[in-house]
Ligand binder design. Structure first.
Ligand SMILES: [Zn+2]
Length: 222
């Protein structure tokens, strides 16, 4: 920031540089851009960010961002209450809602399990999910098809299946290693339609004697 003559301008650029994906050059460009805007527009910009930060909280049920105690989706009487789609972040809820076609509820984990980065089950909203499964018949694991997404889906599935709830996983309509946010709507809808059960028994064991089934079931209900 040494080339900045004005200290306030340098400080503004430093704030932009804190945003994800914004490098120092882009931050400087944004700071100069702001200088050229009318003062009232800059004030409105800053005030809206502060307002969003202050008024938005997590929905008591699904943990998505909302201004209410219980979000619009959770309080919508038209939606199915026995189906929960588990996603990594609020962006994923928006992506599914944009695509349409899903009438159940959501649960936002706010992260994925990642032991390498020190993210454990305590750090994401798993216990909040377990506490709202009373009348739920199906949990759709819609975490991204990445290593962390798969590990999280598997972990949660193992916790839920003993409760007698069907756990399904999005089909691989989505490119491996990418994220839901950047998939097109058709791919997202297809992936949701073609979801499949997690921890399915290997095909060769399907008609085997019960002792083989016990081995492959890992003690979990189908
Ligand atoms: Zn909600």
């Amino acid at each position: 920031m040494a080339e900045f003559v004005s200290l306030p301008l340098a400080l503004a650029a430093e704030q932009f540089a804190k945003l994800p994906g914004v490098g120092i050059k882009t931050a400087q460009r944004l700071a100069y851009f702001m200088l050229n805007l009318p003062e009232e527009e800059v004030t409105e910009f800053a005030e809206n960010i502060v307002k969003a930060r202050k008024s938005v909280r997590l929905c008591r049920c699904c943990q998505n961002f909302t201004e209410r105690e219980i979000c619009e989706i959770c309080s919508d009487e038209e939606r199915r209450k026995d189906q929960i789609c588990v996603v990594e972040s609020p962006k994923d809820v928006s992506a599914f809602e944009r695509a349409g076609g899903y009438e159940g509820l959501y649960h936002v984990l706010h992260g994925l399990l990642s032991p390498m980065d020190g993210v454990t089950a305590e750090d994401i909203r798993i216990k909040e999910l377990l506490s709202r499964l009373g009348d739920v018949k199906e949990v759709i694991m819609a975490t991204n098809p990445t290593v962390e997404g798969e590990a999280t889906a598997m972990y949660i599935s193992r916790l839920i299946k003993p409760m007698g709830i069907t756990v399904t996983r999005l089909a691989y309509g989505l490119p491996a290693g990418s994220t839901l946010e950047f998939a097109d709507d058709v791919t997202r809808v297809k992936a949701l339609e073609n979801r499949s059960a997690l921890l399915r028994k290997p095909r060769s064991y399907t008609n085997s004697p019960s002792k083989c089934r016990q081995k492959t079931d890992l003690g979990l209900k189908k």
